[in-house]
Design a protein around this ligand. Structure first.
Ligand code: ATP
Ligand code: MG
Length: 408
């Protein structure tokens, strides 16, 4: 029996009891159960139930359809949102990624058979009773990622699970079970059947894993890297060793920017020749334009010596978020002992051209020009540079005087 006093479970507990009061079974399942049993903080709670999606919709007034055909309904309850999924078994997989059909079943044990790893196939009921049909509790104790059932079959059903094994390994610091790893090595090529968007999500989690420096090598061992977008001449050992050093002491960097840090660092070590090639490389991984630009900016910051980076004309090129990120990174690695990057940034007279005390229109008026033209742009760029580097104050009168001196 487990003590369910954990606040998020407490909040979600009425969902289980309400479903039960309608004559169905309901359990907490998946990541929240695993993380709770590991003593980690939990985030989103998934619920598995014998009730069909229609039955769930009839019970709760606020639901959102997300994947009814797969049995999933989102239930909103007292400010929380919960994924409630009907027990199901999956039909034949003919494309290594999605079942041809799913069938709803009325029993928990059958539902756990479709789950990826034993530690993800645990369930807890409303009384705190733990259901463990595949030895998940033992694997939690032994720190093992082990496929439910026959690993070959499981990875042939859904090849993404191979990459999920790697990401749980770096997230939890667990070892991938021998048979599970050997199945991955043999079936690694099947990952090519999976949409890159889904691969990228799992690969990012793999890179961000808290235990990357201990378990990052699983990418090499698994052979999966051969089938992921890496350059042909890649030295994978060197890459992983460098990333292990990079990611070692980094834990608390805000997660949204953590993604920039890991992809920016990957780019830094890959050493791709041009910006265009870097962009197309990150596009292969199906990254957003925002991530692409930020990762490249992070890499560029990292390429500069700190003394170079704190020069105003360099600081001005980068967003404050990126500078904060690189500063945190250097502080953690002992390459910096003060917040001198942020301080230098805050001393900049202007952070962008909109903050310049003069604009194009005003310059046209001063030069008595009817229309703009290259001269205005050139002058503006010149003034911007002088203000950034501090050889001109960002004062309207002073700038006008500069223009007059320069033009006459
Ligand atoms: P996280 O803490 O990162 O959310 P999680 O274990 O909850 O980890 P999810 O991707 O949210 O992972 O999936 C929830 C659960 O659904 C898993 O614990 C697992 O039982 C099951 N699951 C998810 N994806 C797969 C898959 N590709 N194959 C089999 N089972 C899966
Ligand atoms: Mg989850």
């Amino acid at each position: 029996m487990i003590d369910l006093s954990e606040p998020l479970f407490q909040q979600a507990l009425p969902l289980l009891t309400i479903i039960e009061s309608h004559g169905h079974e309901a359990y907490f399942v998946g990541g929240s159960v695993r993380d709770f049993l590991l003593g980690k903080t939990i985030h989103d709670i998934d619920i598995a139930t014998s009730a069909t999606p229609q039955e769930i919709k009839a019970i709760f007034p606020a639901t959102i359809d997300v994947g009814i055909e797969h049995g999933t309904v989102i239930v909103r309850y007292k400010g929380g949102t919960y994924e409630v999924t009907t027990f199901r078994v999956e039909g034949k997989y003919s494309d290594y990624r999605r079942p041809d059909r799913v069938d709803f079943v009325r029993n928990l044990e059958q539902d756990t058979l479709r789950r990826d790893f034993t530690i993800n196939a645990l369930a807890i009921d409303s009384k705190g009773h733990v259901f463990d049909y595949h030895g998940g509790l033992k694997d939690l104790k032994c720190h093992l990622i082990r496929a439910v059932g026959n690993p070959h079959e499981r990875f042939q059903e859904d090849a993404l699970r191979m990459l999920r094994a790697l990401r749980f390994s770096t997230q939890l610091g667990f070892t991938i079970d021998k048979n599970t790893m050997s199945a991955i090595q043999q079936l690694a090529f099947l990952i090519e059947n999976i949409a890159m968007e889904r691969i990228q999500i799992e690969f990012t989690k793999y890179l961000q894993g808290h235990f990357f420096s201990k378990k990052g090598f699983s990418l090499i061992q698994s052979e999966l890297y051969h089938y992921l977008p890496f350059p042909n001449d890649l030295n994978i050992d060197q890459l992983i060793t460098s990333l292990e050093k990079d990611f070692e002491p980094i834990e608390t960097i805000k997660l949204s920017n953590h993604e920039i840090l890991v992809w920016g660092s990957l780019l830094y070590h890959l050493d791709i020749q041009t910006r265009e090639l870097e962009q197309s490389y990150l596009r292969k991984w199906k990254h957003s334009n925002a991530l692409i630009n930020n990762a490249i900016a992070f890499k560029e910051c990292r390429r500069l010596d700190i003394d170079e980076l704190v020069m105003p004309e360099n600081l001005y090129r980068f967003d404050r978020d990126i500078l904060t990120l690189i500063e945190t990174f250097y502080l953690r690695h002992g390459r910096l002992s003060s917040t001198r990057i942020t301080e230098a940034y805050l001393r900049l007279q202007i952070k962008n051209i909109q903050e310049l005390a003069i604009n194009g229109k005003q310059i046209m008026a001063i030069l008595e020009l009817e229309r703009g033209g290259p001269i205005v742009g050139k002058l503006l760029a010149d003034i911007e540079r002088k203000v950034v580097t501090g050889s001109l104050n960002n004062e309207y009168d002073e700038i006008v005087q500069y223009i007059n001196e320069k033009m006459h």
